[in-house]
Design a protein around this ligand. Structure first.
Ligand SMILES: [Zn+2]
Length: 112
């Protein structure tokens, strides 16, 4: 996934991504998710392939904010299984080593 192009309107596309909606491709068609890769500093890069051109794109996913970590910690303290603060209900965080990570956006939101 080395030669991915960056997307211009990441902010808008991230909203669709977190909402679980299909992302429109700059080349027409839509962007099919290929997966996420961790990025130094706690963020991630999400990779996509354009359905029309087969070009590959990457979008930066920012690391967890303090508020998001707090929200996850509070659910844990109440004995619950936290969902992804961005993806919302139904996308549960999973253990990855010592971290609690969203399987869709690849961000660590807490400690397992
Ligand atoms: Zn997520």
């Amino acid at each position: 996934m080395g030669d991915a192009l960056r997307l211009d309107d990441e902010k808008q596309l991230r909203k669709l991504f977190y909402a679980g909606q299909q992302l429109p491709s700059p080349m027409g068609g839509f962007l099919e998710p290929l997966g996420v890769r961790h990025w130094p500093g706690g963020g991630a890069l999400a990779f996509f392939e354009c359905s029309a051109s087969s070009l590959r794109y990457a979008m930066e996913i920012p690391k967890a904010t303090r508020a998001e970590r707090k929200k996850v910690r509070e659910v844990q303290e109440d004995g619950g299984d936290p969902d992804c603060p961005r993806h919302g209900e139904g996308i549960r965080l999973v253990r990855a080593g010592k971290d609690l990570v969203c399987p869709v956006c690849g961000i660590a939101y807490g400690k397992a």
